[in-house]
Write a protein that binds this ligand. Structure first.
Ligand code: GCU
Length: 429
């Protein structure tokens, strides 16, 4: 066979491997993807207090039922937040006034979580419009691979990346070659041109995403909360990442280029579960965006469509609190379901987005959660989703909440961002 044919064959095999792995990631075998096989279930009652009293007003929701639901999620799902810190130290690592071809001011702000400069810390990468005449509304979200992957900018600091036990080296600087590799998910220029800021943090700065019994990242600050015998309601990594988002908001609140009262928290996938929990625990976030968050995020657990509670707790034992494992293959015993997580953001704006090929995340279950959170929005005279019928693909529905299901797979695309920008223009006024 000649070299040309060999290369064609190689490319074909490579393409098939990519396709296969994309399918297997999107739809692992042995799980239900058939709507007809979704079990019958009853959702826990959102508007009934624990003593049986119906919730009839916004003030009853705020004073009684909301704290109850929040406490249930803390106890049974995400776990308690890490303790608060006496103070944060911040340092401007860099500032460039003509980033993104002159469109943006780009800063890196280091936040130290202790008095030790080599202790746990995170870098917030912030873009704000160069043309802004005052503080701007801003999107804040964690990223998976490091701030340097957001833009192919040689000056962005390369983070240290921790590896799971057994993988060498345990800590290594990220590679130059990765710069800008995730730019497609973070259209900074488009966001800044629309008049918004964009702030992002590498999630591994807060807590590296593997199970080490809660020793590294910010967990190193609290030795009494480490180890296998930590309390069953102690927060896992999602609670830690959420805590990091709130600390970033502390910093943005004091920033002169960002309007800390108009911050949207955004996250994709496991980080969408995180943005929903951030919106629930920190009412300063004015808009909460869940992109393809699936099981443990926007999707209803009781549907057992795609990923299940048992699977997520087995493959990712560090994400939730230990109590959550009681509901492995036992979803109906959960005192909550995830429509209640979305309701915790009300009356603030919430956006849930799904992708057609992302069946693992259960698009219909994500939409239904938002729909069933509707009665809480109604208490505040806000309009939830008008119908529980799945909207057409690529046809966003925007009321006081937003939903879309777009063409394509589990990802963040410019279509997603275009909808978030349109919705934020209405809701982050
Ligand atoms: C896995 C996991 C999901 C998660 C996703 C991600 O697919 O099962 O729950 O949302 O990873 O974060 O990329």
């Amino acid at each position: 066979m000649n070299i040309g044919k060999l290369n064609v064959l190689r490319n074909l095999v490579a393409a098939m491997t990519v396709c296969l792995s994309a399918t297997s990631v999107a739809q692992p075998k042995g799980f239900n993807y058939d709507e007809a096989k979704v079990p019958q279930f009853e959702l826990p009652r959102l508007l009934t207090m624990s003593d049986g009293t119906p919730v009839e007003s916004a003030s009853q929701w705020t004073a009684v039922r909301r704290p109850e639901v929040l406490a249930l999620f803390e106890e049974h799902v995400f776990g308690t937040a890490p303790p608060s810190l006496p103070r944060l130290r911040i340092r401007l690592r860099s500032q460039v006034d003509d980033a993104l071809n002159g469109l943006a001011i780009r800063r890196e702000i280091t936040v130290f979580f202790s008095d030790d400069d080599s202790g746990p810390q995170m870098d917030i990468l912030v873009y704000t419009p160069a043309a802004a005449t005052g503080p701007v509304p801003c999107f804040l979200g964690l990223n998976f691979k490091g701030n340097h992957t957001i833009e192919a900018d040689p000056a962005i600091h390369l983070p240290m990346i921790a590896s799971p036990p057994g993988k060498e080296p345990p800590l290594a600087q990220a590679k130059d070659s990765e710069r800008g590799t995730r730019a497609g998910r973070w259209p900074a220029a488009m966001i800044v041109e629309a008049g918004f800021g964009l702030a992002t943090i590498y999630y591994g700065d807060i807590d590296p995403d593997f199970h080490d019994d809660f020793q590294n990242g910010i967990h190193s600050l609290w030795p009494d909360q480490q180890g296998a015998d930590r309390p069953a309601n102690a927060g896992g990594s999602i609670a830690a990442w959420t805590w990091g988002l709130s600390r970033a908001l502390d910093v943005l609140e004091g920033d002169r280029l960002v309007d800390g009262r108009r911050v949207a928290v955004f996250g994709h996938s496991r980080l969408g579960k995180t943005s929903l929990w951030a919106g629930a625990t920190d009412p300063r976030f004015q808009l909460v965006i869940s992109n393809d968050s699936g099981c443990g995020g926007a999707a209803l657990s009781r549907r057992r469509f795609g990923e299940t509670v048992a699977r997520i707790n087995t493959v990712f034992p560090h994400w939730f609190c230990r109590n959550h494992r009681q509901y492995n293959d036992n979803e109906n015993a959960m005192p909550v379901d995830h429509h209640m997580l979305i309701a915790l953001a009300a009356p603030r704006a919430v956006y849930v987005a799904s992708a057609e090929k992302d069946q693992w995340a259960d698009p219909r279950g994500e939409m239904l959660s938002l729909f069933h959170a509707g009665p809480v929005f109604k208490l505040f005279d806000r309009q939830g989703l008008p119908s529980d019928v799945m909207p057409q693909i690529d046809q966003p529905v925007h009321t006081d909440v937003g939903y879309h299901i777009r063409t394509g797979r589990h990802d963040v695309t410019s279509f997603d961002w275009q909808q978030y920008l349109n919705f934020a223009k209405q809701t982050l006024r």
